[in-house]
Design a protein around this ligand. Structure first.
Ligand SMILES: *Cc1c(COP(=O)(O)O)cnc(C)c1O
Length: 417
């Protein structure tokens, strides 16, 4: 290789290593993306800080430009082994994926994936429980580009087929909705989308592929905010989109056209987070379930919106389609008193107040889903209309008993105030 680096060229960024057989989740998380040609003799890939990649001679330079393959040294915008190892690892844990594209945030991943599949004149169907920035992208930038966004009720399977016209080219799911936690029948809805010639994209941040193998459940493109569970330590922002061969190529071309890059330092942090993601999700899910059960027995609480909780909305579908959960869920107060959610959250001491979720530390936020919905009612029509003030909890790795004690004192204080 002359003056070139002594690392062999990988076979492609984010491609499944054929040595990854069908193993358990945590075994796969341990080995995913670890290739000797990227790591050398050490366990983790070094942080390759690089814009320029040097070629041994002009013939190699010519060849490098033409190959245009992932996993080949070319120029910093196409990454280097630190980013390739992360993309490769994410592909290895996403059954059915041919590759993964990294983005500088989850929102960038949603935007990049939608731009990869849509063109002027197309109609995009968006679930009404979508994360607000997804709605803003659909109604804002995409609308200005001539894409029409229509919002649908994710729980109305019969009505869904009727939403398609010959211009409908894509559907965006979020399952469960990250504020209101409805679980929809993704396999059935994605099958209807496919019959109608539309691409199914899913924001799969809540479950990750560990809890919901989205491509196996009928979706074409699986999107994640890596900021949440993969990072896991509230110190990085990143996003990803994975797909089979056809969609992976489109995602990659579009991301390159948009100049999307992630830093090798952040990629190394995300890769570190990924190694413990299985354990963290298991622990956070168990603690969240304990908190959800406790909340369900409280007189102050009208509804616990936690799909992992038996009897809660969406639990049956969650049991059918998911292999895991996470620490994020919501509950709704029985009282309609203004500011009750704010007063409760202000009285918590072990839950931070802030956006995001999926970190090792617990967070709490008052939520007002009614403000952003357009296709469905909030609260749902069959509820007492007074039951509308909610709190969303992101349960971290603290001890369940301490979090419950913290909530108990907050309820008592809120009542007395
Ligand atoms: C946070 C979040 C995103 C966006 O991720 P960022 O990395 O913050 O841009 C996307 N979808 C859902 C459901 C989220 O909660």
């Amino acid at each position: 290789m002359g003056r070139g680096p002594r690392y062999a060229q990988g076979s492609g960024s984010g491609r499944v290593n054929s040595k990854d057989g069908p193993k358990g989740t945590n075994t796969r998380l341990t080995g995913a993306g670890r290739r000797p040609e990227w790591t050398g003799p050490v366990v983790n890939p070094p942080v390759w800080r690089a814009s320029t990649h040097l070629y041994p001679d002009t013939a190699a330079l010519k060849d490098g430009g033409k190959a245009n393959e992932d996993g080949r040294f070319f120029y910093g915008r196409r990454g280097a082994p630190t980013q390739w190892a992360l993309a490769d690892a994410l592909t290895a844990i996403e059954p059915g994926a041919a590759g993964t594209v990294l983005y500088p945030s989850g929102v960038a991943a949603i935007a990049g994936a939608l731009l990869a599949v849509l063109k002027p004149g197309d109609v995009l169907l968006v679930t009404d429980n979508a994360y607000e920035p997804s709605r803003i992208m659909a109604n804002g930038l995409l609308n200005r580009m001539g894409v029409e966004a229509r919002f649908f009720d994710p729980l109305d399977i019969d009505g869904f087929a009727g939403r398609f016209c010959d211009r409908t080219k894509a559907v965006l799911f979020e399952n469960p909705g990250s504020l209101t936690m409805e679980v929809c029948d993704v396999p059935a809805l994605a099958a209807i989308a496919r019959e109608n010639g539309a691409v199914s994209l899913i924001d799969n941040t809540w479950a990750s592929p560990l809890g919901f193998p989205a491509l196996e459940r009928g979706c074409d493109i699986a999107i994640m905010s890596l900021t949440k569970h993969v990072g896991g330590h509230s110190d990085l922002m990143m996003g990803s989109a994975s797909g089979g061969e056809r969609w992976y190529r489109r995602l990659r071309q579009t991301a390159q056209a948009l100049g999307q890059v992630v830093s090798p330092d952040d990629a190394a942090l995300a890769l570190r987070g990924l190694r413990t993601m299985g354990l963290r999700l298991e622990r956070a899910s168990a603690t969240a379930l304990a908190l959800a059960e406790w909340l369900a027995g409280r007189p102050e609480v009208a509804h616990v919106l936690c799909p992992m909780l038996p009897g809660a909305p969406g639990h049956e579908l969650w049991r059918r389609d998911f292999t895991g959960g996470c620490g994020l869920f919501s509950f709704v107060f029985a009282s309609d008193e203004a500011q009750i959610a704010e007063r409760f959250v202000d009285r918590l001491s072990l839950f931070g107040i802030g956006f995001s979720w999926g970190g090792y530390e617990s967070l709490a936020l008052p939520v007002d889903p009614a403000a952003i919905r357009t296709a469905t009612a909030w609260p749902p029509a069959h509820w007492n209309p007074a039951h509308r003030r909610g709190v969303r909890l992101s349960v971290g790795l603290e001890d369940a008993a301490d979090l419950i004690a913290d909530m108990e004192q907050a309820f008592t204080d809120t009542r007395q105030a």
